[in-house]
Structures are given as structure tokens and as C-alpha cells.
Design a protein around this ligand. Sequence first.
Ligand code: DX5
Ligand code: ZN
Length: 223
Amino acid sequence: MTRRAQISPSILSADFARLSDELARLDGAADWAHVDVMDNHFVPNLTLGLPIVAAILATSDVPVDCHLMIEDPDRWAPAYAEAGAGSVTFHVEAAAAPVRLARALRKEGARAGMALKPATPVEPYVDLLPELDMLLLMTVEPGFGGQAFLDVVLPKIRRARKAIGDLDVWLQVDGGVSDETIERCAEAGADVFVAGSAVYGKDDPAEAVRALRAKAAPLVGPA
Ligand code: DX5
Ligand code: ZN
């Protein structure tokens, strides 16, 4: 199966008062806009919810990659798909019925993603992979941008890549991904790269996206 490197800049590091300008600054270079929804329960931070995601969808053509760091995603996640997010990712640690939820997301027309925190093993979930379009392996503890990349997750990325095998499931990494660390992730088997501070911390976010892609792409080969 042909795999390609995709870059999903996290707007968590953008200026929340000027989101539509911040999305425009990506200048078509990004595959997705990664939107971090945090509820101050699943993670100790509060960001934004459905009304702002809907506003982003209305203002920008960049497909939206929603990362829901919330309790009870079974209840709340399908509305993000219904609103038009191209990809909706819930945390398995918070989901009561991940298979049912993934099916509900797909039914609403979104790609279904499932996220694992750094200490959550992938092995118990391998049989769920055919129900998913993307597996997100967090490479920091979720909750905040600008944290240091956790190398300890790299073996799990390798095991996940092996488990995915020929399935058409993207493998996303999120947290501390930068021009210093993206090659390690790609080499281990990731193919979708979230980057917040490494994109919006730079003067030219579009250029930062292109530079990240140039580093990852040669390492994201056929499975
Ligand atoms: C953290 C979020 C990330 C965050 C990444 O919980 O899920 O998407 O924005 O930020 P950086 O790339 O700065 O680590
Ligand atoms: Zn995220």
C-alpha cells in the first residue's frame, strides 16, 4: 500500500483571537488543521468546543482533524463529524464503546480516529484497527503544547505499524514533533504528523510545514 507523509499543524499554538488568519497563513501547505478540544476533565486544560470548530469549518478550506481530549466522547464526538470535521479522534481511555463510536463517526462521514496516551498499550486494541481510519499515538501527555517529545513511545509506534500491516489505517503522532524529532517518528512508522509549536512558533508556518514534510516524506515509504 502506498503511504504518504501528511502534516497536521495544531492550532493550539496559533493566536485564538485570529484563527481564520492563522489558518490562511498555512497557505495550502498543510494537509489538515489539527484542532485540540479539551474539556478540563480528561485533561487539565480547557480550549474550545463545537461552536468554534463549526466557525473554523465555515472560514477555512483546510480539512479539520479534531482531536477530542474529552470525557464521554461516546456522547459528544459524533456532533463534530456531523458538523463537517473530516477526521474525528477520540481517546480510548475515555470511550465506553470504541467500536460503536468509530462506526458512528464513519456513519456521519468522518474518518474515525482513536488516540492512546503515552502509557496506554496498543496491544489490547489491535483487533479494533479495521474499525478505524487512524490511530493516534500521543508522544507527550495530552493537555498542553510545547512539551518535550517522549522517545519512550517510539517502540510502540513500531509495534503499531507492524500491527497495521496492510490495513488502510493512518498512524498519527502528536506532541513534541519538530524538525528534530519528526524523522524518528517517520522511521518508526508514523505517517501523519501533528506539529503545534514547531509550525506556529515559526515566523512562516507554511514554510515550517514544507520543511517538516521534506524531512518525513523520504522515510514514509510503502508499507
Ligand atoms: C497536546 C495536543 C497537541 C499539541 C501539540 O495535548 O494534543 O496537538 O498542540 O503541540 P506541540 O507540537 O507543540 O507539542
Ligand atoms: Zn492534539
